[in-house]
Ligand binder design. Structure first.
Ligand code: ZN
Length: 495
């Protein structure tokens, strides 16, 4: 009798719990910004494609210690912009900073409104030696074929720099005047850290007393094929945060000498053991604010089962984390990553080296700091003969809001052009030049407005980088809407 009563009570409690979870699941309203579809402005898509193709022909490959010959393509590209977009350069103030980076200033009607900044970098990564023949069209050929514009920079991110110029030109032609002042920054060395380009533009802005309301840089794309449950709707990703960067150098020492009489443990062995410890003790899987925000925005759009899982993270987080961890790309969203990238030691096969070194690159989730990672690494290795030191690091920054007027204006712009797209906030696992602006910007978002299929993501820094012609035109239309939607204080209602 007693047992029956207990079982009954247990069953009631379970039913109640399920009811609460079901209510939680079903009560989630859509967080998508509701928009009125905007008639697509007419653009000559063929002419657009040919202009992007022209820009791709400048081999603006950034590398450290760039000198005359390597810098010439940057000067040529900047000249090409001026020649190709005369009305833009007649209306906006153009200033070259650090010689090969560019700032355009579009003065707003309201001098008291905090200005905004749009960014895209002009440099690209080189083609990996030996892979040139794998390209369907030459990487710097600037070919338009099969509905695509082909070439290095078509995705990352000369397409963004050209789209901004196209959008400004269309708006100038339409007589548009921004309320707030708008800046457009085009750095020339993002792929090698951006110290010379945007690293110089920030103090240039500080000298002029510029304090930005927002920065919008490259980053999130509009992706086809990302979430099967949402197909055919594309997913627009707005990066509200990016992982911090942290390199740690390891240096091991041991007794050197003749390899016929080696010590029990050599410097090479110690370095190998240290890396093995780091790889076999990865950082914990962790859901951070940007990813939880992503789930909140995604849940209401998903079929019931997934909606249930995403709406009840208190119960389902372990399952979701383990599912994400099974995919390399998804795992990087929920883990501070560890990548041993360089190892060196020894000069001759019969000499025991006295030193060996390794470099390990970490990408930090929000909340982790380079200093904490160094302590963690030192504790894990636990060997007095192996010294760990911080190399290049970036300081972690707080995520921007997925509920701000700026975020909503970006989301609105995407949905005005792609009305069925699902907009999600997320975390960028890479790094962008926008980080240079933290000290002078209230909000930082990373969204390019450009659409592509998941299959074409491999082109980033890879082979056959390409952009669909009609998607590029839509990217220009989204840029136009972003500039319009973000250019007025009245378009940005206070929270
Ligand atoms: Zn880039």
């Amino acid at each position: 009798m007693k047992l029956r009563k207990l079982l009954f009570r247990g069953a009631v409690a379970l039913l109640l719990l399920i009811a609460v979870m079901a209510v939680r699941t079903l009560m989630q309203p859509s967080l998508q910004v509701e928009v009125e579809a905007v008639a697509k402005v007419h653009l000559d898509e063929t002419a657009l494609a040919l202009r992007l193709a022209s820009a791709l022909r400048f081999p603006t490959i950034s590398s450290s210690n760039m000198s005359g010959p390597e810098l010439q393509p940057f000067a040529d590209l900047l000249d090409w912009f001026e020649i190709s977009y005369p009305t833009v350069y007649a209306q906006l103030r153009a200033e070259r900073v650090a010689q090969h980076s560019l700032v355009l200033t579009w003065l707003g009607a309201d001098a008291s409104a905090a200005p905004g900044l749009f960014m895209a970098h002009l440099d690209v990564v080189p083609v990996e030696p030996g892979t040139e023949a794998d390209w369907t069209h030459p990487a710097f050929g600037g070919v338009v074929a099969d509905g695509f514009i082909w070439g290095r920079g078509a995705l990352d991110v000369k397409s963004g720099a050209v789209a901004l110029h196209e959008a400004i030109r269309e708006l100038v032609a339409a007589g548009f005047q921004p309320q707030r002042s708008l800046y457009f920054a085009f750095g020339h060395d993002e792929e090698i850290g951006g110290a010379a380009g945007n690293g110089a533009i920030v103090p240039w802005m500080q000298e002029r007393g510029i304090e930005l309301q927002f920065v919008i840089d490259e980053g999130g794309f509009i992706l086809d094929g990302l979430i099967p449950e949402l197909e055919p709707a594309p997913v627009a990703l707005i990066d509200i945060a990016e992982k911090a960067y942290c390199t740690i150098h390891l240096r091991a020492k041991s007794v050197g000498g003749h390899s016929s009489m080696p010590p029990v443990s050599t410097a090479v062995g110690k370095i190998a053991a240290a890396i093995h410890k780091l790889e076999s003790n990865p950082f914990p899987l962790r859901l951070t604010a940007p990813i939880e925000a992503q789930f909140r925005h995604l849940a209401p759009e998903m079929p019931l089962l997934q909606r249930f899982a995403l709406s009840n993270l208190w119960l389902t987080a372990p399952l979701i984390k383990s599912q994400l961890a099974a995919d390399v790309r998804a795992r990087s969203l929920i883990q501070t990553s560890t990548a041993a990238t360089i190892i060196a030691g020894g000069v001759k096969e019969n000499v025991v080296p006295q030193h060996a070194t390794a470099t390990v690159n970490f990408r930090l989730l929000p909340g982790d700091t380079p200093e904490a990672v160094l302590i963690h690494v030192t504790d894990l290795i636990d060997d007095p003969d192996v010294v760990a030191e911080l190399g290049l690091t970036t300081e972690p920054a707080a995520p921007s809001s997925a509920n701000s007027a700026t975020y909503k204006a970006i989301a609105r712009s995407a949905r005005e052009i792609h009305p069925n797209c699902i907009v999600l906030p997320t975390l960028l696992v890479g790094a962008t030049d926008s980080r240079h602006y933290r000290s002078i910007a209230k909000e930082v978002y990373r969204f390019s407005g450009l659409r592509l299929h998941l299959d074409d993501v491999a082109g980033f820094h890879g082979t056959n980088e390409r952009m669909r012609i009609d998607y590029f035109a839509d990217g220009v239309r989204i840029m136009m809407r972003m500039i319009q939607n973000l250019s007025s204080e009245s378009n940005l209602p206070k929270n």
